[in-house]
Design a protein around this ligand. Sequence first.
Ligand code: EPZ
Length: 416
Amino acid sequence: MDRLRIIGGRRLAGEVQVSGAKNAALPILCASLLAADTLSLARVPSLQDVRTMLRLLRQLGVRESRQGDSLVLDATTLASHEAPYDLVKTMRASILVLGPLLARLGEARVSLPGGCAIGARPVDQHIKGLRAMGARISIEHGYVVARASRLRGARIVTDMVTVTGTENLMMAATLASGTTLIENAAREPEVVDLARVLNAMGAQVSGAGTDRIEIQGVESLHGASHSVMADRIEAGTFLCAVAAAGGEVVLRGVEGAIMDATLDKLRATGAEITAGPDWIRLAMQGRPRSVSVRTAPFPGFATDMQAQFMAVDAIAGGTATITETIFENRFMHVLELQRLGADIAIEGNTAVVRGVERLSGATVMATDLRASAGLVIAALVADGETVIDRIYHLDRGYESIEKKLGALGAAVERLR
Ligand code: EPZ
């Protein structure tokens, strides 16, 4: 099991090319199922979760090839409508094949994802919305079994904002008869990127990026080409690393507009930030100031940035509160940060973080994707050596993070 060995205490300086967004690529890969044609995608990040999704799509009959740096998915003929447990259990986002399979084939059998480290993460809203569109859905032996000769447009109000729930329903609605309205829809940029692809494939989606998305169903979709948007969470992770360690970084291939909440909070720590149409620069002199955050659906502060920002607050001057409102168990990184010397107390869904002057290196364990990113940031500022175990969590969402950090001058080594 790979581990990362980090020697902390170095200032960081240099440039980072931001990769394509994992949370845009995953639903967009599933959109290929909607058309008996080819979908050509550029800037698909090379991540464990993407490889898992491609394995699932191949099993469903999608043929995959490479043309230059584009991935070409040919879904002309599908061979199966089933997403098996052994694949779904390793990646919850597999649930995103449910809507497309139901819309394209009229049937789908998708394993329930089961719980995960950060929370129960049920898919009841996905099921509620598909039922509203006329699908007959039962839960049999741990599988969602869905049938619909043809989905019909419906007005759906989700009980809470759900990113993949919005994406699943939006994809299903593209081939329904009539108009679907999703109210209380997720506004994340990744939802907007998916809508761009669907419209390029001949769908009629409007309102993506707002909490009210309207989809006019069409008879069929065709192929398209698309370049996946930048990963705002990877970008925010590197900005937090430099805000904590000190130095300066220029991120290439990302626009500031999709991460205003993160930039605002980092400016409040004392970081100097400038941004252009496809770059963001952050410079940090001295110790960051403590800044409190409360996670919320987009455009609020992203829950996927919570652990990384906590690492900044852990060594900041002052005391801050970090409130997690999206997932019920997303503080696993706190116990590991405490092993590095952080002074954090948890009170319900709020962590009170008292900044300390120094963290000290230790052996710690990654528990989930973004928690491990938070540990990497803390290790970059801790005195001495930190070894982070179980970094397969990190590999799910970060493309060769040790190379990108190494290019900034960090002492990071992957131990096989
Ligand atoms: C997406 O997960 C992201 N994953 C997550 O990123 C991200 O943390 C999350 O959105 C919130 O922004 C992908 O896009 C692949 P939700 P998702 O449905 O869609 C509850 C990462 O690190 N809920 O928006 O699964 C749910 O339990 C990952 O890249 C229901 O109760 O999250 C949670 O409390 C982690 N029933 C809240 O809603 C449902 O049917 C938000 O979940 C659906 C969700």
